[in-house]
Design a protein. Structure first.
Length: 135
């Protein structure tokens, strides 16, 4: 967008930016209200992030792996191959997850990758079927 106002609102409306601003604002307002010093606030944030760092890395790796597979055309190839099969989409998504799980050894990476690859299967489904696929 050429308009500066539109660009500013695009940045402000970005979910990642909004979450970052909300976290920083929450740290500042709640930390000050609780009487935390800057060092105590930093220590609290550090302690809270350490347990989830591994989970974040695994989920990010799964998302990155999924994107590599999608960009390589694996998702479309799976859809093309499975067109003539009489396999329900839910079962096919599960089979994709099993194959990725066997190949990578990580259930989280398999789940995230299979969800991205199987998202094309949901095109044209009713909302009920899409909801079941998500579950």
């Amino acid at each position: 967008p050429a308009d500066l106002t539109q660009r500013v609102f695009d940045v402000i409306g970005n979910p990642m930016f909004a979450l970052l601003v909300a976290c920083l604002l929450g740290l500042f307002t709640l930390g000050r209200a609780a009487g935390f010093t800057r060092d105590r606030l930093s220590e609290t944030v550090e302690k809270s992030l350490m347990p989830i760092a591994g989970v974040l890395l695994i989920v990010a790796a799964g998302g990155g792996f999924k994107q590599v597979l999608v960009d390589a055309g694996v998702g479309q190839m799976i859809l093309d191959i499975s067109k003539d099969w009489s396999v329900p989409a839910l079962l096919l998504a599960w089979l994709i997850a099993v194959i990725i799980r066997l190949a990578t050894g990580s259930a989280t990476v398999a789940t995230v990758s299979a969800a991205g690859l199987a998202s094309g299967l949901a095109d044209g489904m009713s909302t009920t079927h899409v909801a079941l696929m998500v579950l």
